[in-house]
Design a protein around this ligand. Structure first.
Ligand code: SAJ
Length: 431
């Protein structure tokens, strides 16, 4: 196996670190991406993905000639023994899965598929996608799985901003179309992670494990959000109540906030809902949890309107300074951010909206129909709303809240410190 050549399809947040770690483990790796800009950047040893340590690792393995990138996926497949698919799987507007990138990568791979090859899917997919979508495409070549080539599924589990560490230390779950495929994939990933390699019974189980993980977190966040909204109506500080409840040995309530963003928790539960409902099984809890989390930006809107009214102001005509577009603190990723629906609602209600985010590309912010402004300018608003828990915002003091109203949707600042200075301080779960 040590002389295996590996092709990694998709050089994004997960694909590029995966390719670079295989290269550092000694494999000759070809990274494949549809973006020429990404390919060119990688080939000069640069990472198009902002992730700690990734620039250095890419420079190292490209410098040693162990990693190269190309847009020519067919040649990459022809030259390689193992093909790993790590492309995005978003949802369509009706929240059904969009597997077009997986299908396109698989079709490319099938043009270079050979006897003895192993195809590994890492993209998050609905349960059954490997057997019902990927396998038929590969077998159109006339080659048969289990006899001629292998197929396995192993989900990525790494957290942005800690991706390289988690890829090398998290346990790995692997499922194969057969035992041999699972074993080959297990040996391969055993070379890049010190974590336990867990081989499950079959490929659909591995697909489901991934979805369960993110759905567990999304549903628990929804519970925390619902409890927070209820506590507000009862005049209870939910953040303090949750801190106390989490001292119970079997309780781990998550943290309420303005909603769940990113490309994972806000999408993956729908992959379970889709397949469950196709099998006539209602996914009430999972679907409701999504609805609760998707309602949170509008709950924040209610808090803003209420706080302004308590100061004798209308939302219409008020200047609202929004802090944070990224879906969570200290990342540059704004995919599925709760800030987007909030900003759209504020504008539709006649507020003047300015936005600050030191991490997110200003071009992205402009696409939301608002002006990106420096922090000082955003703080000079009638109402300031903290949406993302970036480290920079932890330095905010009462004196900086010029308009006297501060909505802090993340439990990162002490309400008393602001209220002592006459600031109207509200938050999710903070009455
Ligand atoms: N959030 C809350 N309350 C919480 C925790 C998170 O409101 O208590 C919000 C965050 O602010 C953010 C969203 O949820 O908007 C998701 O953030 P996250 O840090 O929970 O997760 P991601 O999306 O960055 O990464 C998740 C991780 N999954 C799990 O922890 C189960 C990561 O391990 C996965 O690899 C990743 O999804 C993925 O790619 O699937």
């Amino acid at each position: 196996m040590d002389n295996y050549r590996i092709a990694v399809f998709g050089l994004g947040h997960i694909g590029l670190p995966t390719a670079a770690l295989f290269a550092r483990a000694g494999f000759d790796v070809t990274g494949v991406d549809i973006s020429t800009e990404t390919v060119e950047k990688v080939n000069i040893g640069k990472s198009p993905v902002p992730e700690p340590g990734l620039d250095e690792l890419v420079a190292e393995v490209v410098g040693k000639g162990k990693l190269r990138a190309t847009v020519d996926g067919v040649s990459a497949a022809e030259e390689s023994n193992v093909m790993v698919v790590v492309v995005p799987t978003p949802v369509n507007s009706d929240n059904t899965s969009d597997l077009s990138a997986v299908i396109s990568a698989t079709e490319t791979i099938s043009k270079g598929l050979k006897k003895g090859d192993l195809v590994i899917i890492e993209s998050t997919v609905p349960p059954g996608a490997c057997e019902n979508v990927v396998l038929p495409i590969l077998e159109k070549t006339g080659l048969r799985a289990s006899g001629d080539f292998g197929l396995a599924y192993t989900p990525e589990r790494a957290l942005p901003n800690n991706t390289l560490h988690e890829m090398q230390n998290n346990a790995r779950v692997i499922g194969g179309i057969d035992g041999k495929s699972a074993e080959m994939a297990a040996q391969l990933y055993g070379k890049v992670t010190r974590g336990e390699v867990i081989v499950v019974d079959d490929i659909i189980t591995a697909e489901m494990v991934k979805l369960m993980e993110n759905t567990y977190r999304d549903t628990n966040i929804a519970l925390a959000n619902e409890l927070a909204v209820i506590c507000e109506s009862l005049g209870i500080d939910a953040i303090k109540a949750i801190e106390a409840a989490n001292h119970h040995p079997r309780v781990n309530l998550h943290t309420p906030g303005p909603g769940v963003g990113g490309h994972c928790l806000s999408i993956d539960p729908y992959f379970i809902v889709e397949m469950a409902e196709k099998h006539g099984v209602p996914a009430r809890l999972i679907r409701t949890a999504r609805e609760v989390n998707e309602s949170m930006p509008f709950h924040v809107l209610d808090i803003i309107r209420d706080a302004l009214e308590s100061a004798g102001r209308d939302l219409a005509g008020s200047r609202v300074g929004v802090l944070g577009v990224a879906y969570k603190g200290d990342v540059a990723d704004a995919r599925k951010t709760p800030t987007r629906p909030l900003v759209a609602a504020l504008i539709s209600e006649g507020a003047e909206v300015v936005v600050n985010d030191p991490h997110v590309d200003p071009v992205l912010i402009k696409k939301m129909g608002v002006e990106p402004v420096p922090l000082e300018e955003a703080l000079e608003s009638d109402c300031v709303v903290l949406m993302t828990d970036h480290s920079e915002y932890l330095e905010i003091t009462p004196e900086m809240i010029v308009g006297g109203i501060f909505i802090c949707t993340r439990p990162v600042l002490d309400p008393e410190k602001f209220r002592e200075h006459g600031i109207i301080f509200r938050g999710v779960g903070r009455p």
